[in-house]
Write a protein that binds this ligand. Structure first.
Ligand code: ATP
Ligand code: MG
Length: 503
């Protein structure tokens, strides 16, 4: 193998933050190279520098031994460096083929787009690398795993030889993760080089040929999976031990906090999106919802939060029927809500962090005194969240957009748990956070459960579901198909139930 990317002494500063300094690493041609590190360690910044989105303040990047200075991602692409974006970069109402050729349309001399030639080229790429994509399918009809394959096909189509993936597995279910890694292996067997960021140490150890660890903006170690283990990687990342697990021994009470009884809900086209759903979350209980993405999880949350109206059945919180209440009224009755998509539903990216403390909490103490919003209370409580959840930020006055993804998530978790709500709806609460922050959030949830909070946990992370849930409800095609005891269920059994098999 030869070195394909050589990063030497890269530095990048933002106001009040050193995002990257003294970053050094070598990436060998044809390998799968994982980058790991705590939230805010500088991983995404480094990737953005490599694919031309951000220019470093100093330092050098060599590709095949030659110094490069990219002014844009197009420049990077010309030298074969491509970024595989997550699903939201594709145009929904266009076909796979249209999306793939967007920006590099092959035209004949008359300027007519040559779809046939493009189709053949795409199918050749798909065939060569074992990527299952269907050129004429509308992107809106694709699942997340397939959208990701289209993103990969798109950069390959443009001629990428080095693929960068930032947390590609965060949004995938276990089966899709497996398929993605098979695809990536296939790509490397054809000589391509893969760089990926992940917080999941198990998959990093299983998949990568080498691992670079970043901490506080710099590269601290470069290791090979065969010479290391999870505990050692975690230590390298956080520079110390992980937090210890909280107490989970107590049993939940039998007092119901959230009850859904025979809830059904139709889409505008009369398709049933929730079908006769009954479930109860008790005081001091964590009820986990497991399911393959897109089986009614979002709709379940949206009905509870009053965002979509139900067609039949009842929903009560502490014995009060909430089905006619607005979302605001439901929150005000003591419901915390950690949404799945933090950037879209959880934050105002261009507002300072302390203003984001107010979002969704305008009418509850300490933010509201009954009449108006108390800004200084919002600031004081933001400082508390930053401290308690170890949110890495220069201050509470920076915009939410300036925080790294995992740190945005920690802030939302802190906000939604403030004031000890009766019920917490936690959708993917640790998506994109590092292992240290994950144990911190897990412990917060366990503590809250211990003090009597009822928690509805929706997660695609099976470890998370098994570690935290008192009971596991499995949702498939809008129905609760099984309620399992995590103590006596294996991950394989849960996987089968999720895909709709009887167990
Ligand atoms: N556009 C920006 N403006 C200001 N600060 C930024 C900007 N982008 C990143 N930062 C800061 O640079 C540091 C590194 O951020 P980066 O996004 O690279 O972290 P990361 O390792 O990818 O973290 P995560 O695992 O949470 O995604 C963070 O402190 C972040 O707040
Ligand atoms: Mg990042």
């Amino acid at each position: 193998m030869s070195t394909i990317i050589d990063v030497q002494g890269i530095e990048k500063k933002y106001p009040g933050v050193i995002a990257n300094y003294d970053v050094n690493l070598k990436i060998e041609s044809g390998e799968i190279h994982a980058i790991i590190g705590e939230n805010g360690a500088g991983k995404s910044t480094l990737m953005k520098i490599l694919y031309g989105l951000v220019a470093p303040d100093s330092g050098r990047v060599l590709i095949n031994g030659k110094k490069v200075s990219f002014k844009s991602p197009q420049d990077a692409m010309e030298l074969g460096v491509g970024m595989v974006h997550q699903h939201f970069m594709l145009a929904d109402n266009a076909t796979v083929l249209e999306n793939v050729i967007l920006g590099s349309e092959p035209t004949s001399t008359g300027g007519v787009i040559q779809f046939e030639a493009a189709r053949i080229k795409l199918l050749e790429i798909a065939e060569k690398y074992g990527l299952n994509v269907r050129p004429d399918q509308l992107v809106s009809e694709l699942g997340i795993g397939e959208r990701q394959r289209v993103e990969i096909a798109k950069v390959l189509y443009k001629g990428a030889k080095i693929l960068i993936l930032d947390e590609p597995t965060a949004v995938l279910v276990p089966q899709e993760v497996k398929a993605l890694f098979e695809n990536l292996k296939e790509l490397t067997s054809h000589g391509l080089t893969i760089i990926f960021i992940s917080h999941k140490l198990d998959e990093v150890l299983a998949m990568a040929n080498s691992i670079t660890v970043m901490r506080s903006g710099t590269t601290v170690a470069s290791v090979e999976p065969k010479n290391t283990n999870k505990g050692e990687l975690a230590k390298l990342m956080v520079g110390g031990e992980l937090p210890k697990r909280g107490d989970t021994s107590t049993k939940p009470s039998d007092e119901p906090v959230l009850s859904l009884s025979h809830v059904s809900c139709l889409a505008p086209d009369q398709r049933e999106i929730l079908s006769d759903v009954s479930l109860t979350v008790h005081k001091g209980e964590i009820l986990g919802i497991a399911g393959v993405a897109g089986n009614g999880q979002s709709e379940l949350i949206e009905t509870i939060m009053g965002l979509i109206k139900i067609d039949s059945g009842t929903i009560t919180i502490l014995n009060v029927d909430i089905s006619a209440l607005t979302s605001r009224e439901i929150r005000d009755s003591g419901v915390g809500y950690i949404p799945q998509d933090r950037q879209r539903d959880g934050l105002l990216m261009m507002a300072p962090l302390w203003e984001n403390r107010i979002l969704g909490h305008q009418s509850t103490p300490p933010i509201s005194n009954g009449f108006w919003v108390n800004k200084s209370a919002a600031k004081i409580d933001s400082e508390r969240i930053v401290k308690e959840l170890d949110v890495r930020t220069p201050s509470i006055n920076v915009m939410a957009a300036a925080l790294s993804g995992g740190n945005q998530q920690k802030f939302i978790v802190g906000r939604e748990m403030s004031g000890d709500p009766n019920l917490l709806i936690a959708s993917q609460p640790t998506r994109g956070v590092d292992v240290g922050a994950q144990s911190l959030i897990w412990n917060k949830l366990i503590e809250a459960r211990l003090s009597g909070m009822a928690i509805l946990l929706i997660s695609s992370d099976l470890d998370e579901l098994f570690n935290l849930s008192d009971r596991l409800a499995v949702i498939s095609k809008g129905k609760i198909v099984a309620v399992l005891d995590p103590e006596t269920t294996t991950p394989e059994q849960l996987g089968l139930a999720m895909t709709g098999e009887k167990i």
